[in-house]
Design a binder for this molecule. Structure first.
Ligand code: APR
Ligand code: PHB
Length: 396
């Protein structure tokens, strides 16, 4: 039997960032993670930090390496019809930027800080049940080294991703979910080659979407739209590079190639649960919502959720006020829906939908031309991309 103030299930960006924010406030937490430390620190995910996400990580004391190694970007490039169109995001957002820094690196930094501080973080520890969420002392039961342990807490946070136990522990009549599955997936690669661009490239091509991102001055991250039923075995390195070059082609631009070190296919979905609270159990990050990766909002939403939760829990422990806890779900979901729309919009703007008819394709072309030429459209793209600040009630 163990006891803490806040039991956090899942050591992804949501759980680890929350544990760090709570530690800064002097609130105890225990983090339970089903996977090994090596697995969690190797998982390759997206890599764009919104302006606010960067600030939160720095203010929490987890931003030292991010400030040294993160690549600050002021714009992105859209490509279609073999032409490039820059969107100068900082110009449209009063100087705001995004930082290219792998989610994997964020996770490594947060794990290091927690381990160095000697604060409780259990790997290879799978939560098997969450009980008593409708009482004042919920319990997470977890399995670690063949032993079953009961972790008693004031609050439980389900930060355990889409397939976790957190959302499943809410009675079915207390939660509803909304989902959209897209008819395409992303083949993502990591390659030991300097990026062929200074800013991220998002390209639309008749063969499908392609994008060029990066992790460092010597490592590139690139993606290709593929069919969800496709298999990485069908994609030799040579085929990947030639398809990337074809889909992103503009006159005079060359794509540098190099050894591919990671290859995977990820399906795309939008998913939103509500509400995100059941008694003393709160959901955050991918446990609560999924966005398609176009626009890279997943990590940023997770950090926004736990920033609200940290404020709400701090308010509770300082003053006994439950206001923040009561408002959490509604406040978090306003941002989630805004990001869901933006991610959907970026996705439909740039991908080739196999089910699209002539009308849909004509609208997409018109939309691409509009975004490339209108300051109003670029302002909208930019403010969503760098990330909206607090979204007040009634605004969205
Ligand atoms: N017990 C303990 N841990 C669990 C359990 C369980 N029963 N089930 C799942 N987990 C762990 C997973 O192993 C994973 O490490 O919860 C963690 C959830 O982490 P993420 O999936 O990274 O989710 P989150 O922290 O919400 O981060 C959201 O990650 O998936 C990306 O694109 C997404 O950027 C977004 C971000
Ligand atoms: C990434 O770097 O992995 C990345 C960047 C931007 C996106 C998605 C993924 O929109």
């Amino acid at each position: 039997m163990m006891r803490t103030q806040v039991a956090i299930v899942g050591a992804g960006p949501a759980g680890l960032t929350l544990a760090q924010l709570l530690a800064v406030q002097g609130i105890d937490s225990v983090v339970i993670e089903a996977r090994s430390r090596a697995y969690v620190e190797k998982r390759i995910r997206a890599g764009i930090l919104e302006h606010n996400t960067r600030d939160v990580l720095i203010e929490s004391g987890a931003g030292a390496r991010l400030q040294r190694e993160g690549l600050v970007h002021h714009g992105i490039e859209l490509r279609f019809d073999n032409q490039a169109h820059r969107v100068a995001m900082s110009d449209y957002t009063g100087g705001r930027t995004v930082t290219v820094y792998g989610q994997t690196e964020v996770v490594k930094d947060l794990v290091n800080i927690r381990v160095a501080a000697g604060l409780p973080l259990y790997f290879d520890a799978k939560a098997v049940s969450i009980t008593g969420a409708d009482t004042d002392s919920p319990v997470v039961t977890f399995e670690h080294d063949g032993t079953i342990t009961e972790l008693h807490a004031d609050f439980v946070i389900g930060a355990d991703g889409f397939h976790g136990i957190g959302r499943q522990s809410i009675p079915a009549d207390q939660i509803s979910t909304i989902e959209k599955i897209y008819p395409f997936a992303w083949l993502g690669i990591l390659a030991d080659v300097p990026p062929s661009c200074d800013e991220l490239i998002y390209a639309n091509h008749p063969n499908g979407f392609a994008m060029h991102s990066m992790r460092s001055p010597s490592v590139s991250r690139l993606y290709l739209q593929v069919d969800p039923s496709d298999d990485v075995k069908n994609w030799s390195d040579a085929r990947i590079w030639s398809e990337l070059a074809l889909r992103m082609h503009t006159p005079g631009w060359d794509l540098k190639t190099g050894p591919i070190t990671d290859k995977s296919i990820t399906p795309m979905r939008s998913f939103v649960a509500s509400t995100l609270r059941y008694g003393r159990l709160f959901l955050a990050g991918d446990a609560a919502h999924i966005v398609p990766p176009t626009g890279a909002k997943g990590l940023n939403l997770a950090v926004a959720d736990v920033t609200l939760l940290s404020d709400a829990l701090t308010g509770f422990y300082r003053t006994g006020s439950e206001k923040g806890l009561e408002e959490y779900s509604e406040t978090a979901l306003r941002r989630v829906w805004r990001a869901s729309h933006f991610s959907y919009w970026m996705t439909t703007l740039l991908h080739v939908d196999p089910n699209a008819n002539e009308f849909d394709r004509a609208l997409q072309r018109s939309n691409l031309a509009y975004v490339a030429s209108s300051d109003a459209a670029k302002t909208s793209l930019s403010e969503n991309y760098v990330g909206l600040a607090v979204i007040p009630k009634g605004k969205v």
